[in-house]
Design a protein around this ligand. Structure first.
Ligand code: AMP
Length: 113
């Protein structure tokens, strides 16, 4: 499958990896929207939140545990941050491998555009 995030997970293309374990990888976003902006993805290909099901749901909880750990390690847990998951065309998803944006380091606005 020609998926850029599968290629990042398989180290076929380079990325700025900040965390990795058996099932998850986190790397800095190429086009950061805040002083801290990284993506957390499952190594397993899941296209979007539309494809979360009883068989793969545990990885999502694990991803949130990883984000929690990284927030504490990097020290932005107390000031706060945002986790974003875009789904499909109207959600603004441009890469069809589920990913969670983690944005931190500035006061973020709401609502989104
Ligand atoms: P989304 O629009 O929610 O699908 O987000 C995709 C994100 O992936 C964007 O913020 C891009 O900047 C980011 N991105 C695309 N290609 C790469 C890459 N090779 N390395 C790091 N981030 C990437």
């Amino acid at each position: 499958m020609d998926c850029i995030f599968c290629k990042i997970a398989n180290k076929e293309i380079e990325s700025a990896i900040i965390y990795e374990d058996d099932s998850v990888i986190a790397f800095n976003d190429l086009n950061p929207q805040s002083p801290i902006h990284f993506l957390v993805i499952p190594k397993e290909h899941i296209s979007s939140a539309n494809d979360i099901n009883e068989d793969n749901k545990e990885i999502i909880g694990h991803i949130f545990c990883v984000i929690n750990k990284l927030a504490k390690d990097k020290g932005f847990d107390k000031d706060g941050y945002r986790i974003v998951n875009n789904i499909g065309k109207d959600g603004g998803q441009s890469v069809n491998h589920i990913h969670f944006h983690v944005l931190a380091g500035r006061s973020l606005q709401w609502p989104p555009g």
